[in-house]
Design a protein around this ligand. Structure first.
Ligand code: ADP
Ligand code: GN1
Ligand code: MG
Length: 355
Protein backbone atom coordinates (compact mmCIF):
# COMPACT_ATOMS: atom_id res chain seq x y z
CA UNK A 1 0.00 0.00 0.00
CA UNK A 2 1.38 3.45 -0.93
CA UNK A 3 1.86 6.19 1.69
CA UNK A 4 -0.99 8.07 0.05
CA UNK A 5 -3.31 5.08 0.43
CA UNK A 6 -2.27 4.53 4.04
CA UNK A 7 -2.96 8.16 4.93
CA UNK A 8 -6.36 8.22 3.28
CA UNK A 9 -7.31 4.78 4.57
CA UNK A 10 -6.67 6.10 8.08
CA UNK A 11 -8.96 9.05 7.35
CA UNK A 12 -11.73 6.96 5.78
CA UNK A 13 -11.70 4.62 8.78
CA UNK A 14 -12.62 7.49 11.05
CA UNK A 15 -16.06 7.59 9.40
CA UNK A 16 -19.00 5.22 9.88
CA UNK A 17 -18.22 3.28 6.71
CA UNK A 18 -19.20 -0.35 6.22
CA UNK A 19 -16.53 -2.95 5.35
CA UNK A 20 -12.74 -2.91 5.09
CA UNK A 21 -11.11 -0.28 2.85
CA UNK A 22 -9.72 -1.99 -0.26
CA UNK A 23 -8.89 0.91 -2.56
CA UNK A 24 -8.80 4.70 -2.74
CA UNK A 25 -8.32 6.62 -5.99
CA UNK A 26 -8.65 10.28 -7.03
CA UNK A 27 -12.06 10.84 -8.61
CA UNK A 28 -14.03 13.29 -10.76
CA UNK A 29 -13.23 16.63 -12.34
CA UNK A 30 -14.15 19.17 -9.66
CA UNK A 31 -12.03 22.32 -9.47
CA UNK A 32 -12.39 22.98 -5.75
CA UNK A 33 -12.24 19.99 -3.39
CA UNK A 34 -9.97 16.95 -3.59
CA UNK A 35 -12.30 14.06 -4.29
CA UNK A 36 -11.57 10.33 -3.85
CA UNK A 37 -13.49 7.17 -4.51
CA UNK A 38 -13.19 4.76 -1.59
CA UNK A 39 -13.99 1.10 -2.20
CA UNK A 40 -14.55 -1.17 0.79
CA UNK A 41 -15.27 -4.88 0.88
CA UNK A 42 -18.98 -3.91 1.05
CA UNK A 43 -19.59 -0.72 -0.90
CA UNK A 44 -18.27 2.57 -2.27
CA UNK A 45 -17.98 6.08 -0.85
CA UNK A 46 -16.87 9.56 -1.87
CA UNK A 47 -14.20 11.02 0.42
CA UNK A 48 -13.38 14.70 0.08
CA UNK A 49 -10.54 16.75 1.43
CA UNK A 50 -12.49 19.98 1.81
CA UNK A 51 -11.08 23.23 0.48
CA UNK A 52 -11.19 25.37 3.60
CA UNK A 53 -9.15 28.18 2.12
CA UNK A 54 -12.20 28.78 -0.09
CA UNK A 55 -14.90 27.65 2.32
CA UNK A 56 -13.80 29.36 5.48
CA UNK A 57 -16.71 28.20 7.62
CA UNK A 58 -16.78 24.39 7.21
CA UNK A 59 -19.15 23.99 10.18
CA UNK A 60 -21.70 26.35 8.60
CA UNK A 61 -21.15 24.70 5.22
CA UNK A 62 -21.79 21.18 6.49
CA UNK A 63 -24.82 22.37 8.45
CA UNK A 64 -26.20 23.84 5.21
CA UNK A 65 -25.63 20.55 3.38
CA UNK A 66 -27.26 18.51 6.13
CA UNK A 67 -30.29 20.82 6.38
CA UNK A 68 -30.83 20.77 2.63
CA UNK A 69 -30.23 17.05 2.06
CA UNK A 70 -32.46 16.09 5.01
CA UNK A 71 -35.18 18.39 3.68
CA UNK A 72 -34.85 16.88 0.20
CA UNK A 73 -34.94 13.34 1.62
CA UNK A 74 -38.14 14.15 3.57
CA UNK A 75 -39.64 15.22 0.25
CA UNK A 76 -38.54 12.03 -1.50
CA UNK A 77 -35.76 13.64 -3.55
CA UNK A 78 -32.52 11.68 -3.95
CA UNK A 79 -29.37 13.65 -3.21
CA UNK A 80 -26.11 13.19 -1.36
CA UNK A 81 -26.07 11.37 1.99
CA UNK A 82 -23.53 12.54 4.53
CA UNK A 83 -21.74 9.68 6.34
CA UNK A 84 -20.93 10.81 9.86
CA UNK A 85 -17.63 10.26 11.67
CA UNK A 86 -17.38 7.54 14.30
CA UNK A 87 -17.82 10.26 16.93
CA UNK A 88 -21.06 11.40 15.26
CA UNK A 89 -19.74 14.56 13.60
CA UNK A 90 -20.78 15.72 10.12
CA UNK A 91 -17.14 15.90 9.03
CA UNK A 92 -13.62 15.37 10.32
CA UNK A 93 -12.48 18.66 11.70
CA UNK A 94 -8.75 19.12 12.31
CA UNK A 95 -5.92 20.97 10.68
CA UNK A 96 -7.43 19.56 7.49
CA UNK A 97 -11.16 18.87 7.01
CA UNK A 98 -12.61 15.76 5.38
CA UNK A 99 -16.12 14.50 4.69
CA UNK A 100 -17.64 11.31 3.33
CA UNK A 101 -20.76 10.75 1.22
CA UNK A 102 -22.40 7.54 0.08
CA UNK A 103 -21.34 6.94 -3.51
CA UNK A 104 -24.42 7.18 -5.70
CA UNK A 105 -24.11 4.02 -7.78
CA UNK A 106 -25.13 3.38 -11.39
CA UNK A 107 -24.70 6.99 -12.42
CA UNK A 108 -22.44 8.93 -14.76
CA UNK A 109 -21.35 12.57 -15.02
CA UNK A 110 -20.52 14.36 -18.24
CA UNK A 111 -17.76 16.90 -18.88
CA UNK A 112 -19.38 18.03 -22.13
CA UNK A 113 -22.83 17.68 -23.67
CA UNK A 114 -22.91 14.90 -26.24
CA UNK A 115 -26.69 14.51 -26.37
CA UNK A 116 -29.22 17.37 -26.27
CA UNK A 117 -31.76 15.13 -24.51
CA UNK A 118 -29.35 14.58 -21.59
CA UNK A 119 -28.85 18.33 -21.30
CA UNK A 120 -32.61 18.88 -21.39
CA UNK A 121 -33.01 16.32 -18.62
CA UNK A 122 -30.42 18.16 -16.52
CA UNK A 123 -32.34 21.41 -17.09
CA UNK A 124 -35.55 19.81 -15.89
CA UNK A 125 -33.71 18.45 -12.82
CA UNK A 126 -32.18 21.81 -11.88
CA UNK A 127 -35.57 23.49 -12.38
CA UNK A 128 -37.27 20.92 -10.19
CA UNK A 129 -34.49 21.22 -7.62
CA UNK A 130 -35.33 24.87 -7.32
CA UNK A 131 -39.03 24.12 -6.96
CA UNK A 132 -38.27 21.67 -4.15
CA UNK A 133 -36.30 24.33 -2.34
CA UNK A 134 -38.94 27.04 -2.81
CA UNK A 135 -40.42 26.33 0.64
CA UNK A 136 -37.09 25.71 2.35
CA UNK A 137 -36.38 28.23 5.12
CA UNK A 138 -33.47 30.26 3.69
CA UNK A 139 -32.72 31.79 7.08
CA UNK A 140 -31.24 28.43 8.11
CA UNK A 141 -28.46 28.82 5.56
CA UNK A 142 -25.14 30.57 6.02
CA UNK A 143 -23.58 32.30 3.01
CA UNK A 144 -20.69 29.90 2.35
CA UNK A 145 -18.88 32.30 0.00
CA UNK A 146 -19.99 35.90 0.45
CA UNK A 147 -20.87 37.70 -2.80
CA UNK A 148 -20.30 34.51 -4.78
CA UNK A 149 -22.20 35.73 -7.87
CA UNK A 150 -21.84 39.45 -7.24
CA UNK A 151 -20.48 39.99 -10.75
CA UNK A 152 -19.49 43.68 -10.33
CA UNK A 153 -17.42 42.68 -7.28
CA UNK A 154 -15.83 39.89 -9.36
CA UNK A 155 -14.93 42.59 -11.90
CA UNK A 156 -13.36 44.72 -9.15
CA UNK A 157 -11.35 41.68 -7.96
CA UNK A 158 -10.13 41.19 -11.52
CA UNK A 159 -9.00 44.83 -11.75
CA UNK A 160 -7.14 44.47 -8.44
CA UNK A 161 -5.38 41.31 -9.70
CA UNK A 162 -4.48 43.11 -12.92
CA UNK A 163 -3.08 46.05 -10.99
CA UNK A 164 -1.06 43.73 -8.73
CA UNK A 165 0.06 41.51 -11.64
CA UNK A 166 1.98 39.37 -9.13
CA UNK A 167 3.17 36.78 -11.65
CA UNK A 168 3.83 39.24 -14.47
CA UNK A 169 1.26 37.41 -16.57
CA UNK A 170 -0.74 40.43 -17.75
CA UNK A 171 1.46 40.68 -20.84
CA UNK A 172 0.28 37.20 -21.92
CA UNK A 173 -3.44 37.97 -21.86
CA UNK A 174 -3.85 41.45 -23.31
CA UNK A 175 -6.76 40.46 -25.53
CA UNK A 176 -8.70 38.88 -22.68
CA UNK A 177 -8.00 41.86 -20.41
CA UNK A 178 -9.27 44.26 -23.08
CA UNK A 179 -12.37 42.13 -23.60
CA UNK A 180 -13.46 42.21 -19.98
CA UNK A 181 -12.54 45.87 -19.51
CA UNK A 182 -14.78 46.69 -22.48
CA UNK A 183 -17.68 44.74 -20.92
CA UNK A 184 -17.37 46.00 -17.34
CA UNK A 185 -20.50 48.14 -17.62
CA UNK A 186 -22.74 45.19 -18.55
CA UNK A 187 -22.43 43.24 -15.32
CA UNK A 188 -24.82 44.72 -12.76
CA UNK A 189 -28.38 43.94 -13.93
CA UNK A 190 -28.94 41.01 -11.57
CA UNK A 191 -27.40 42.48 -8.42
CA UNK A 192 -29.30 45.72 -9.12
CA UNK A 193 -32.56 43.79 -9.59
CA UNK A 194 -32.03 41.89 -6.34
CA UNK A 195 -31.22 45.14 -4.53
CA UNK A 196 -34.34 46.96 -5.75
CA UNK A 197 -36.57 43.93 -5.21
CA UNK A 198 -37.48 43.42 -8.88
CA UNK A 199 -35.64 40.06 -9.00
CA UNK A 200 -36.65 37.61 -6.25
CA UNK A 201 -34.06 36.08 -3.98
CA UNK A 202 -34.53 32.31 -3.97
CA UNK A 203 -32.62 29.35 -2.54
CA UNK A 204 -30.33 28.43 -5.42
CA UNK A 205 -27.59 25.89 -6.11
CA UNK A 206 -25.19 28.42 -7.66
CA UNK A 207 -22.86 25.86 -9.28
CA UNK A 208 -25.05 24.10 -11.80
CA UNK A 209 -22.50 22.80 -14.25
CA UNK A 210 -23.21 19.50 -15.88
CA UNK A 211 -20.67 17.52 -13.85
CA UNK A 212 -22.51 18.46 -10.67
CA UNK A 213 -25.47 16.32 -11.68
CA UNK A 214 -25.45 12.54 -11.78
CA UNK A 215 -27.33 10.87 -14.63
CA UNK A 216 -28.63 7.33 -14.53
CA UNK A 217 -26.10 5.22 -16.46
CA UNK A 218 -28.83 3.23 -18.23
CA UNK A 219 -31.58 5.76 -18.95
CA UNK A 220 -29.44 8.95 -18.96
CA UNK A 221 -32.19 10.62 -16.94
CA UNK A 222 -31.06 12.96 -14.14
CA UNK A 223 -30.74 11.10 -10.83
CA UNK A 224 -29.16 13.39 -8.24
CA UNK A 225 -27.71 16.86 -7.91
CA UNK A 226 -24.40 16.97 -6.05
CA UNK A 227 -21.85 19.61 -5.01
CA UNK A 228 -24.16 21.44 -2.63
CA UNK A 229 -21.38 23.62 -1.16
CA UNK A 230 -22.76 26.83 -2.63
CA UNK A 231 -26.45 26.42 -1.85
CA UNK A 232 -27.35 29.93 -0.72
CA UNK A 233 -29.90 32.62 -1.39
CA UNK A 234 -29.41 33.77 -4.98
CA UNK A 235 -31.16 34.33 -8.28
CA UNK A 236 -32.50 31.63 -10.58
CA UNK A 237 -30.65 33.52 -13.32
CA UNK A 238 -27.42 32.26 -11.76
CA UNK A 239 -28.50 28.63 -11.91
CA UNK A 240 -29.86 28.83 -15.42
CA UNK A 241 -26.85 30.82 -16.65
CA UNK A 242 -24.18 28.63 -15.13
CA UNK A 243 -25.61 25.52 -16.74
CA UNK A 244 -25.70 27.24 -20.12
CA UNK A 245 -22.14 28.57 -19.95
CA UNK A 246 -20.82 25.04 -19.44
CA UNK A 247 -23.25 22.94 -21.43
CA UNK A 248 -24.41 24.99 -24.43
CA UNK A 249 -20.92 24.95 -25.89
CA UNK A 250 -19.57 22.83 -28.70
CA UNK A 251 -16.29 22.48 -26.79
CA UNK A 252 -15.05 21.62 -23.33
CA UNK A 253 -14.57 24.37 -20.75
CA UNK A 254 -10.81 24.00 -21.26
CA UNK A 255 -10.69 23.41 -25.02
CA UNK A 256 -7.48 25.00 -26.33
CA UNK A 257 -8.60 25.15 -29.95
CA UNK A 258 -11.11 28.01 -30.05
CA UNK A 259 -12.25 27.05 -33.54
CA UNK A 260 -14.02 24.17 -31.77
CA UNK A 261 -15.78 26.41 -29.26
CA UNK A 262 -19.12 27.92 -30.17
CA UNK A 263 -22.33 28.81 -28.41
CA UNK A 264 -24.83 26.20 -29.58
CA UNK A 265 -28.35 27.63 -29.79
CA UNK A 266 -29.86 24.16 -30.15
CA UNK A 267 -28.32 23.08 -26.86
CA UNK A 268 -29.54 26.33 -25.32
CA UNK A 269 -33.04 25.47 -26.57
CA UNK A 270 -32.86 21.95 -25.15
CA UNK A 271 -31.81 23.18 -21.71
CA UNK A 272 -34.35 26.02 -21.73
CA UNK A 273 -37.15 23.58 -22.56
CA UNK A 274 -36.18 21.36 -19.63
CA UNK A 275 -35.59 24.16 -17.16
CA UNK A 276 -38.44 26.51 -18.11
CA UNK A 277 -40.85 23.59 -18.32
CA UNK A 278 -40.11 22.94 -14.64
CA UNK A 279 -40.19 26.53 -13.34
CA UNK A 280 -42.84 28.13 -15.54
CA UNK A 281 -45.40 28.42 -12.75
CA UNK A 282 -43.02 30.36 -10.49
CA UNK A 283 -40.74 32.32 -12.83
CA UNK A 284 -41.54 36.04 -12.99
CA UNK A 285 -41.85 37.97 -16.22
CA UNK A 286 -38.64 39.87 -15.48
CA UNK A 287 -36.70 36.68 -14.71
CA UNK A 288 -37.91 35.12 -17.95
CA UNK A 289 -36.87 38.15 -19.99
CA UNK A 290 -33.45 38.09 -18.31
CA UNK A 291 -32.66 34.39 -18.86
CA UNK A 292 -30.54 35.07 -21.97
CA UNK A 293 -28.71 37.82 -20.10
CA UNK A 294 -28.23 35.41 -17.15
CA UNK A 295 -26.48 33.01 -19.51
CA UNK A 296 -24.22 35.78 -20.80
CA UNK A 297 -23.57 37.08 -17.27
CA UNK A 298 -22.56 33.74 -15.76
CA UNK A 299 -20.32 33.03 -18.75
CA UNK A 300 -18.50 36.33 -18.60
CA UNK A 301 -18.32 36.13 -14.80
CA UNK A 302 -16.74 32.69 -14.92
CA UNK A 303 -14.26 33.81 -17.58
CA UNK A 304 -13.39 36.80 -15.40
CA UNK A 305 -12.83 34.53 -12.40
CA UNK A 306 -10.52 32.27 -14.45
CA UNK A 307 -8.58 35.30 -15.71
CA UNK A 308 -8.33 36.75 -12.19
CA UNK A 309 -6.96 33.44 -10.92
CA UNK A 310 -4.51 33.27 -13.82
CA UNK A 311 -3.22 36.74 -12.96
CA UNK A 312 -3.06 35.87 -9.25
CA UNK A 313 -1.01 32.71 -9.86
CA UNK A 314 -3.65 29.94 -9.81
CA UNK A 315 -4.54 30.04 -6.16
CA UNK A 316 -8.27 29.25 -6.45
CA UNK A 317 -9.15 26.74 -9.18
CA UNK A 318 -7.30 23.43 -9.51
CA UNK A 319 -5.13 23.57 -12.64
CA UNK A 320 -3.24 20.91 -14.58
CA UNK A 321 -0.75 23.20 -16.39
CA UNK A 322 0.35 26.85 -16.11
CA UNK A 323 -2.02 28.33 -18.74
CA UNK A 324 -5.03 26.25 -17.74
CA UNK A 325 -6.98 29.16 -16.26
CA UNK A 326 -6.22 31.33 -19.29
CA UNK A 327 -7.40 28.59 -21.64
CA UNK A 328 -10.63 28.32 -19.63
CA UNK A 329 -11.07 32.09 -19.67
CA UNK A 330 -10.76 32.14 -23.45
CA UNK A 331 -13.55 29.61 -23.98
CA UNK A 332 -15.85 31.58 -21.68
CA UNK A 333 -15.17 34.92 -23.37
CA UNK A 334 -15.67 33.33 -26.78
CA UNK A 335 -19.04 31.97 -25.68
CA UNK A 336 -20.09 35.24 -24.04
CA UNK A 337 -19.33 37.18 -27.23
CA UNK A 338 -21.38 34.75 -29.32
CA UNK A 339 -24.26 34.87 -26.84
CA UNK A 340 -24.41 38.67 -27.10
CA UNK A 341 -25.11 38.26 -30.79
CA UNK A 342 -27.91 35.75 -30.11
CA UNK A 343 -29.98 37.53 -27.46
CA UNK A 344 -33.05 37.94 -29.68
CA UNK A 345 -33.17 34.30 -30.65
CA UNK A 346 -32.57 33.17 -27.08
CA UNK A 347 -35.42 35.37 -25.92
CA UNK A 348 -37.80 33.86 -28.46
CA UNK A 349 -36.81 30.41 -27.23
CA UNK A 350 -37.32 31.09 -23.52
CA UNK A 351 -40.66 32.82 -24.12
CA UNK A 352 -41.85 29.79 -26.03
CA UNK A 353 -40.45 27.39 -23.39
CA UNK A 354 -42.22 29.24 -20.57
CA UNK A 355 -45.67 29.11 -22.24
P1 ADP B 1 -15.86 19.98 -6.44
O1 ADP B 1 -16.44 20.92 -5.41
O2 ADP B 1 -14.39 19.94 -6.43
O3 ADP B 1 -16.42 20.26 -7.78
P2 ADP B 1 -17.77 17.78 -6.25
O4 ADP B 1 -18.49 17.72 -4.93
O5 ADP B 1 -18.49 18.35 -7.38
O6 ADP B 1 -16.35 18.51 -6.01
O7 ADP B 1 -17.30 16.29 -6.59
C1 ADP B 1 -16.49 16.04 -7.73
C2 ADP B 1 -17.15 15.00 -8.61
O8 ADP B 1 -17.33 13.78 -7.86
C3 ADP B 1 -18.55 15.37 -9.11
O9 ADP B 1 -18.46 16.13 -10.27
C4 ADP B 1 -19.18 14.00 -9.34
O10 ADP B 1 -18.76 13.48 -10.59
C5 ADP B 1 -18.54 13.12 -8.25
N1 ADP B 1 -19.40 12.97 -7.05
C6 ADP B 1 -19.52 13.84 -6.02
N2 ADP B 1 -20.35 13.37 -5.07
C7 ADP B 1 -20.76 12.14 -5.50
C8 ADP B 1 -21.60 11.09 -4.95
N3 ADP B 1 -22.19 11.24 -3.78
N4 ADP B 1 -21.77 9.96 -5.69
C9 ADP B 1 -21.17 9.81 -6.89
N5 ADP B 1 -20.37 10.74 -7.45
C10 ADP B 1 -20.15 11.88 -6.77
C1 GN1 C 1 -16.04 25.45 -9.64
O1 GN1 C 1 -16.56 23.03 -7.70
P1 GN1 C 1 -16.80 22.94 -9.18
O2 GN1 C 1 -15.62 22.45 -9.94
O3 GN1 C 1 -18.07 22.16 -9.43
C2 GN1 C 1 -16.57 26.72 -9.00
C3 GN1 C 1 -17.71 27.26 -9.85
C4 GN1 C 1 -17.22 27.54 -11.27
C5 GN1 C 1 -16.65 26.23 -11.83
C6 GN1 C 1 -16.03 26.44 -13.19
C7 GN1 C 1 -17.14 26.91 -5.28
O4 GN1 C 1 -17.05 24.47 -9.63
O5 GN1 C 1 -18.19 28.48 -9.29
O6 GN1 C 1 -18.28 27.98 -12.09
O7 GN1 C 1 -15.62 25.71 -10.96
N1 GN1 C 1 -17.02 26.46 -7.65
C8 GN1 C 1 -16.67 27.28 -6.64
O8 GN1 C 1 -15.87 25.22 -13.81
O9 GN1 C 1 -16.02 28.30 -6.81
MG1 MG D 1 -18.29 20.05 -8.58
Amino acid sequence: MTDFMKEYKGIAEQFQIVGEVKDIIPYGNGHINHTFLVTTTERRYILQYMNTSIFKDPVGLMNNICYVTEYLAENGVESITVVKTKTGEKFLHGEKCYRVYDFIENTVTYQIVTDAEVFKSSGKAFGEFQNYLAKFDASKLVETIPNFHHTPKRFEAFKAALEANVCDRAKDCKEEIDFILAHGDTLSKVVDGIADGSIPLRVTHNDTKLNNILMDEKTNEARAIVDLDTIMPGSMLYDFGDSIRFGASTGAEDEKDLTKVHFDINLFKAYAEGYCGAVKSSITEKEMELLPYGAYLMTIECGTRFLTDYLAGDTYFATKYPEHNLVRCRTQFRLAAEMEASFDEMLRIVREACK
